[in-house]
Design a binder for this molecule. Structure first.
Ligand code: CP
Length: 316
């Protein structure tokens, strides 16, 4: 991978239109930054004198902390905005909030919002580099990149591998970004979940639907298990949590029946006892905390590569 290779876009808004070579470039740099964050001195000066604003209009634990840590490890100046403690509560519009933050000379903006398309809206209006940290049910590109990085770390090259995404596909931005990203890396992607939570047009994306979870787990090298997103459900999509767990919950009993157990991923937060039992979540089959660790390295790679488009950033 050439050291001076650059991303083709100034923003990371989603993976749908990101070429495979840019995904490979991010994963390559993530490997480098993973090595950096495991050194005794974990900080590099790559983003020194640059300012990053983390704008979180929707709740987050992992993504927000992970971006903040990534920015600090790269020596950026960091400002954090949370809608719940801001003037949004006094009626300020998104446009005004962002204009005010940018007037403070911010170079990169990381944004999470409950509405799909907000990251694109900003990218069309502001001079900073924009990173989508999750927009509604649309995309969550850095989650999919850290998922791919973790899979690659655990099972090797993803070319020709099989990944099943399990559960609430309908409301999931993680599912869509995984589908776009993994297919570009040569992965066969399938989904498995209640038919009410599988979008009707999923096959148009080249994604197979496997109705029975046991068949899906037998087929897959990796199962990326999604959270049931109650907060996005305006009606009942399945009879009960108990019924959901019975049909689509990953249990040790279920895994023990397989010829080979797939690697288990979950983007978090987990509803323990619903999508996964604690026994599975905390077992060596699961890579959930590896995903969290890798999230910092992947986000360092994204921020570094975006920032290096504006100015040479050779110090890593
Ligand atoms: N995976 C993920 O996006 O988690 P958070 O909502 O806690 O950021």
């Amino acid at each position: 991978m050439p050291q001076n290779a650059k991303l083709q876009s100034r923003h990371l808004l989603g993976l749908q239109h990101v070429p495979a070579e840019d995904i490979q470039l991010i994963l390559h740099w993530a490997g480098h930054f993973k090595e950096v964050i495991n050194r005794p001195i974990k900080r590099v000066p790559s983003l020194r004198d640059l300012t990053v604003a983390n704008l979180f209009f929707e709740n987050s634990t992992r993504t927000r902390l992970s971006f903040e840590l990534a920015e600090k490890r790269l020596s950026a100046d960091v400002v954090n905005f949370s809608a719940s403690t801001s003037s949004v509560k006094k009626g300020e519009t998104l446009n005004d909030t962002v204009s005010n933050i940018l007037a403070m000379k911010v170079d990169l903006v990381v944004i999470r919002h409950s509405e799909a398309g907000v990251a694109h809206f900003l990218a069309d209006r502001v001079p900073a580099h924009i990173v989508n940290a999750g927009d509604g049910t649309h995309e969550h590109p850095t989650q999919a990149l850290l998922d791919a990085f973790t899979m690659q770390e655990r099972i090797g090259s993803l070319e020709g591998k099989k990944v099943v995404i399990v559960g609430d596909i309908l409301h999931s931005r993680v599912a869509l970004s995984n589908i776009f990203g993994l297919q570009k890396l040569g992965v066969h992607v399938a989904v498995s979940g209640p038919s009410t939570l599988i979008p009707r047009a999923i096959s148009e994306l080249g994604v197979e639907v496997i109705d029975h979870l046991d068949d899906a787990l037998e087929w897959a090298d990796v199962a990326n298990v999604l959270r049931v997103q109650h907060e996005r459900m305006d009606r009942a999509f399945f009879p009960s949590i108990r019924e959901y767990h019975k049909r689509y919950g990953i249990t040790m009993e279920r895994l023990n029946r397989l010829k080979q157990v797939p690697l288990i991923l979950h983007p978090g937060p987990i509803n323990r006892g619903v999508e996964l039992t604690s026994e599975v979540a905390d077992s060596p089959y699961a890579a959930i905390l590896n995903q969290v660790e890798n999230g910092v390295a992947v986000r360092m790679a994204v921020l570094y590569l975006l920032a290096s488009q504006s100015a040479p950033q050779n110090v890593v």
